[in-house]
Design a protein around this ligand. Structure first.
Ligand code: KIV
Length: 269
């Protein structure tokens, strides 16, 4: 089912959708105008992502993004947002230890209007996740390709391709769930592995470049509108191409996620 709703989406809503097998439509969002368009089209979860450093600010990675940047954009979304659950990224180094994470997450919620914060990493971040959840801060994990670690990884590559890597990602997913994470983004992993992760954790998974077996899908808004410069990644579909208007493109995306026609085989690894 697509379409606007003013009923706020909560983590309980997403958990019920996972149980029912109803796909979750998620997109990145960074401003108030798109907030209205996306909510009208029925997008249930917004990630106010640090991808804004690349698509809005023109940086070559997400590394230079600051907590102040995140608060500015999250607050623009929160000012008019009515229904979508707002997940706000903690930028590079803002969660380097539990106390720094707590202070910055509190600002993202208090000043930025976040409903939930997202941080990158697996078992190595479990103690930080536990600390935040213990202070009533809902946390979304992010495993697989970690854009904030791009200089360590040596590029934007598919993760967990071999047996050991796949096992490590499964362990990461379980560790984050045990630490109290309520949602999990899985980025750029083989579709089969993402399906297994989704089956093995009880929290909803949101995939990007991770196949159709996740509980929901997310894309960077500017990628799915075809306006990000450079070569389009394999996992992205340009929804504006066939629809001709931004609202129609977003509606087509929501419909394609809901009926599992996106991602198709050609978007998967
Ligand atoms: O930064 C971002 O926009 C993200 C999503 C694409 C998952 O992390």
């Amino acid at each position: 089912m697509t379409g606007a709703t003013t009923t706020p989406v909560s983590l309980a809503t997403l958990q019920q959708m996972k149980t029912r097998g109803e796909k979750i439509a998620c997109l990145t969002c960074y401003d108030s105008s798109f907030t209205r368009v996306l909510e009208t089209a029925g997008v249930e979860v917004f990630i106010i992502g640090d991808s804004l450093g690349m698509v809005l600010k023109g940086h070559e990675s997400t590394v230079p993004v600051t907590v102040a940047d995140m608060i500015y954009h999250a607050a623009n979304v929160a000012r008019v947002g009515q229904s979508a659950l707002r997940v706000v990224d903690m930028p590079f180094m803002s969660y380097a230890n539990p106390d720094r994470a707590l202070g910055n997450a509190a600002r993202l919620m208090g000043e930025g209007g976040a409903h939930m914060i997202k941080l990158e990493g697996g078992a190595d971040k479990a103690a930080i996740v536990e600390h935040l959840v213990g202070h009533s801060i809902p946390v979304c994990g992010h495993i697989g390709l970690l854009p904030q670690s791009v200089y360590k990884l040596g590029g934007y590559k598919v993760q967990g391709r071999d047996e050991a890597g796949a096992q490590a990602l499964l362990d990461d997913a379980r560790a984050l769930e045990e630490a109290g994470a309520g949602l999990l983004v899985v980025e750029c992993v083989l579709a089969e592995l993402a399906t297994r992760i989704t089956a093995e954790v009880s929290i909803p998974t949101i995939g990007i470049g991770a196949g159709a077996g996740c509980d929901g899908q997310v894309l960077v808004l500017y990628d799915m509108l075809g306006i990000t410069p450079g070569k389009r990644p394999r996992f992205v579909r340009d929804f504006l191409l066939d629809t001709g208007s931004v609202p129609a493109a977003i509606e087509a995306y929501v419909a394609a996620v809901k009926n599992s026609t996106f991602p198709a085989a050609e978007h998967c690894f």
